[in-house]
Design a protein around this ligand. Structure first.
Ligand code: F1P
Length: 592
């Protein structure tokens, strides 16, 4: 049995918030060890058995596979009769980004096959949230329900897939509740990675239900095949709670398995079967093995990225087609996850917003966070590029390699620190010429067996593989520059109720103080006061998070205050002496 599966292991936390024993010492690891730890953590997605622990189902458990079969059949029905029907994929943060990527990719596929485009995506906070973190709307169940209602006006059949890795987002709870009250139109599906028992029970503001209550109603309705819950446990995240990593990958795997099976049944007369689904899941496990077979090369990129960040340089991902979008997503998540500066890691995609194909169109007028085209990179970044910056190209043999070469030549004039992650299937016609353009190339060679299993899925495999590589690079680099203590990101932004609770837990974990003491210290840091007024103590969590959004280092400040009984001003100046949070926390641990 995995250590984290024991009932005594962090019993008050759901799986998605527990700390992973594999990465306990990630903050002291070498680049190669970091990649190996991430490889092991990601391998947990494919665990075959829950080792006799009835509490957990895994992705390969027969109940989970059977639910995937059932939902795939629903997809098939809708694809065969697309009039007045819709498949809506929805989530917050990373979950919404995965929803977007799949909905747009599959609509493109449908359009190219002269079929009606029946996919739609919803992300809390709208399209802005695809590129920046908009965590406040995640707490709003009514907004979730209203957005869903609007997206489905006039539809008679809607398959709604709501994703919340932690079974926690009120935005998604509101949507599922809306579906459950309108079952004549909606078939709701919930994807997440905790047992229903561990779903969030915190009361939601202005709302009669919490997440767990909705998840239980979903479970009830599953008995009549009117709703479905897909919630295998895939183990704790490598960086505690960072569901952009395993949560995002497992969501992508589950959704692609479901939707592809539905497509094959509708268009290739290949019936959805239990064994067919199992086989698809096995193929994704192969993608994991192939990607991580190059630990050394990946570790070298982690190291390069860390050196750039340490020297106050930057990391740039320049990707083609959806690999570019994967790069943009990974880069944008570093800001909320690691408190990174917006310039630290940035992504660009060939053809910018026309490649994104998002609902709200070109967002570049919204500001620098929304500048994503290669052309923008050439105009605004290239002139100032230096050897302190690491540039990583992301492409496959299906991309226009001449275009790749031209851009590589331009970049080389500014820096030799140019690398590539390249996906090859049949092999390039002139591999040496491509290789010579970069300092290093991490070539991922794909066996034809995967292609034969599903030519349609190759692009999705490459996306997942690229996601794993980039998650390793950006996480590893931030770990190496000291942003993480053990496997906790302590300096987290407290921008919604989930993150507020996580912050309190981290304070409890490291100070041994009571929940009430930790909450008080956190609030003092948020409001920047020594003494909380009655109004501050009695106001709701949403208000706290709105204020916290404007402040930096609230959790480290609260931690120092709790640990050393210092005032806020003293705690701040204590922290000022440390540029590395890990060092500050470690020193603070020694204070008592
Ligand atoms: C949604 C989410 C995460 C993000 C952060 C805040 O989580 O936006 O994607 O990384 O942790 O929450 P979930 O609803 O999928 O659990």
């Amino acid at each position: 049995m995995q250590h984290w599966q024991h009932s005594s292991y962090e019993p008050y936390l759901p799986v998605t918030e527990k700390s992973n024993p594999i990465t306990r010492d990630i903050d002291k690891a070498s680049p190669k060890e970091i990649v190996e730890m991430l490889q092991k953590c990601d391998a947990e997605i494919f665990e075959r058995t829950s080792h006799g622990n009835p509490m957990y189902q895994t992705l390969n458990s027969s109940s989970v596979v059977q639910t995937i079969v059932d939902v795939s059949k629903r997809v098939e029905v809708i694809l065969k009769d697309p009039e007045d029907s819709l498949i809506v994929l929805s989530g917050c943060g990373t979950s919404g980004r995965v929803a977007f990527l799949l909905a747009t990719s599959l609509n493109r596929w449908l359009a190219s096959h002269h079929q009606k485009q029946i996919y739609s995506y919803i992300i809390a906070g709208g399209d802005k949230a695809l590129l920046t973190s908009q965590e406040t709307p995640e707490d709003d169940p009514l907004l979730g329900a209203l957005t869903l209602g609007k997206a489905c006006v006039g539809k008679k059949h809607v398959l709604f897939i709501g994703i919340s890795c932690g079974l926690s987002a009120p935005f998604v709870a509101g949507q599922l509740d809306f579906c459950l009250r309108n079952l004549e139109i909606f078939t709701p599906v919930l994807i997440g990675f905790n047992p229903v028992d561990m779903a969030r029970t915190e009361p939601i503001q202005n709302c009669s239900f919490h997440f767990k209550e909705v998840a239980e109603r979903m479970n009830e309705m599953q008995k009549q095949q009117k709703a479905y819950v897909l919630n295998p446990a895939v183990g704790p995240e490598a960086i505690s709670g960072s569901s952009r990593m395993k949560g995002g990958s497992a969501t992508k795997i589950i959704l692609e398995t479901i939707l592809l099976a539905g497509h094959e049944a509708a268009y290739s007369k290949k019936a959805v079967t239990f064994n067919g689904i199992l086989h698809s899941l096995n193929m994704f496990e192969k993608v994991h093995q192939i990607t991580y077979s190059q630990t050394k090369e990946l570790a070298a990129l982690v190291q390069k990225a860390a050196i750039s960040l340490r020297k106050k340089g930057h990391v740039y991902y320049l990707g083609w087609q959806t690999l570019g979008i994967i790069g943009i997503i990974d880069a944008s998540e570093c800001i909320p996850t690691f408190g990174a500066g917006f310039e630290d890691i940035r992504g660009f995609v060939s053809n910018g917003f026309s490649e994104m194909n998002n609902k709200e169109g070109d967002l570049s007028s919204l500001g620098p966070h929304f500048i994503i085209d290669h052309k923008d990179f050439v105009d605004t970044i290239l002139p100032n590029l230096s050897d302190n910056d690491t540039v990583i190209f992301l492409y496959s043999e299906n991309d226009d390699l001449n275009e790749v070469s031209v851009l590589a030549k331009n970049v080389r004039q500014r820096t030799s620190n140019l690398h590539a992650i390249a996906h090859e299937l049949k092999g390039l016609s002139d591999p040496e010429r491509m290789r010579s353009q970069f300092m290093t190339v991490l070539t991922i060679k794909w066996p034809s067996s995967l292609y034969k299993h599903s030519p349609v899925l190759m692009k999705q495999y490459w996306e997942l593989s690229t996601k794993w590589c980039l998650n390793a690079i950006s996480t590893g680099a931030h770990v190496l520059i000291g942003k993480v203590y053990m496997n906790y990101m302590i300096d987290l932004r407290v921008t919604n109720s989930k993150l507020y609770r996580r912050a309190i837990h981290i304070l409890q974990r490291f100070t041994g103080s009571t929940q009430a003491q930790c909450e008080t210290a956190l609030l003092r840091a948020i409001y920047d006061v020594e003494e909380l007024s009655d109004e501050m103590s009695s106001t709701d969590v949403t208000q706290h998070t709105l204020v916290a959004n404007k402040r930096g280092r609230v959790v480290p400040i609260a931690l120092v205050m709790l640990q050393s009984r210092r005032t806020i001003a003293e705690a701040k100046s204590y922290l000022d002496a440390y540029s590395v949070i890990r060092d500050a926390v470690a020193a603070c641990q020694r204070l008592l």
